[in-house]
Design a protein around this ligand. Structure first.
Ligand code: NAP
Length: 293
């Protein structure tokens, strides 16, 4: 398929690379010039990238970024044609998604929200999992692109439901990680080797994908961003905003949001969200590291 890929960050660069590898004809654009994807053409603007594309795929930071890419100066809107599909893998507001879709559809194109999970490693390996909202026929048409970038996609309902699901998913990741980080901090302070705690967790019902993924990074004290803290904080705020709008109370997430606020003030916004652990360590006066390390 002829695909315009917009946004070459941690996730987008690997996703566009996997589209090229699967044989699709890809044109890329990134706000800050200079990023390339081997085998893909480069366009100077979103409108130029979208020109003649069957599918425009976005993966940018947040709701404002998607709005600018779509409707700003030299935005995708200028190049929308009948039958084109715009897909968005950024994590953004479900409410704005519905508005963006209406505006795109008024130009004869269709809109699918397709946020994903799997982080940097999933993007690199082509094993992302997408949660998708939109028309069945459009989702079917872009099936080969999901297959090139991921291992599975789930149809969650009409447009916006992919984003709503993603907020419910990241809410859990933030809370599960917070539980893990608090357990590591307490156990370390009480003199337990965190490596031994990890082995125990793995043998019990407490085990989780979050712990399995983040455990080794923590033991190596590697907080380089796979999923930057600033983006998880954005997702927490999006979930709280959606909850307020829907009159749902999320007391656990409200508390965790305060920790992200403090971790940001502490200078951790561009590190991985696992760096929220360092705040707990500071308060406890310990550092989580294995005796063997
Ligand atoms: P990232 O590395 O920070 O990349 C962000 C991308 O958005 C960059 O290409 C950046 O361009 C672009 N951008 C930011 N503001 C923009 C604007 N106003 N106009 C146009 N482009 C703009 O982020 P990422 O980790 O790839 O994440 C991208 C999206 O996927 C986010 O919504 C994130 O929440 C979501 N996501 C991330 C992960 C993960 O583990 N990393 C997992 C699932 C979902 P520049 O190069 O010019 O800054």
């Amino acid at each position: 398929m002829r695909v315009a890929f917009l946004g070459l960050g941690i996730m987008g660069h690997s996703m566009a690379t996997n589209l090229v590898k699967a044989g699709h004809e890809v044109t890329v654009w990134n706000r800050t010039p200079g990023k390339i994807v081997e085998g893909a053409a480069i366009a100077p603007t979103p409108a130029a990238a979208a020109q003649g594309a069957e599918v425009v795929w976005m993966c940018v930071a947040d709701t404002d970024a998607v709005e600018q890419v779509l409707f700003g100066a030299d935005g995708v809107e200028q190049s929308l044609t009948q039958g084109m599909i715009v897909a968005d893998s950024s994590t953004i507001s479900p409410f704005s998604t519905v508005k963006f879709a209406e505006r795109v559809r008024s130009k004869g194109a269709d809109y699918v929200d397709a946020p994903m999970t799997g982080s940097k490693i999933g993007a690199a390996n082509g094993t992302l999992i997408f949660m998708v909202g939109g028309n069945e026929a459009s989702i079917d048409r872009i099936g080969p692109l999901f297959a090139a970038m991921g291992k599975k996609y789930f149809r969650m309902g009409d447009v916006g439901k992919g984003q709503a699901t993603k907020l419910a998913m990241n809410l859990q990741i933030a809370l599960i990680f917070e539980g893990f980080a608090e357990a590591l901090t307490l156990a370390t302070k009480l003199g337990v080797d965190p490596q031994k705690l990890l082995a125990l967790i793995d043998a019990t019902m407490v085990k989780s994908g979050v712990v399995e993924y983040k455990g080794p990074f923590i033991l190596h004290r590697d907080f380089t961003p796979n999923f930057p803290l600033r983006l998880m904080h954005k997702d927490i705020l999006l979930a709280l905003e959606a909850a307020k709008e829907a009159r749902v109370k999320l007391p656990g997430l409200e508390t965790v949001e305060e920790i992200y606020e403090m971790a940001t003030e502490d200078g951790n916004r561009d590190l991985d969200y696992a760096a929220t652990l360092t705040l707990l360590e500071k308060w406890a006066g310990v550092q989580v590291k294995s005796e063997a390390a």
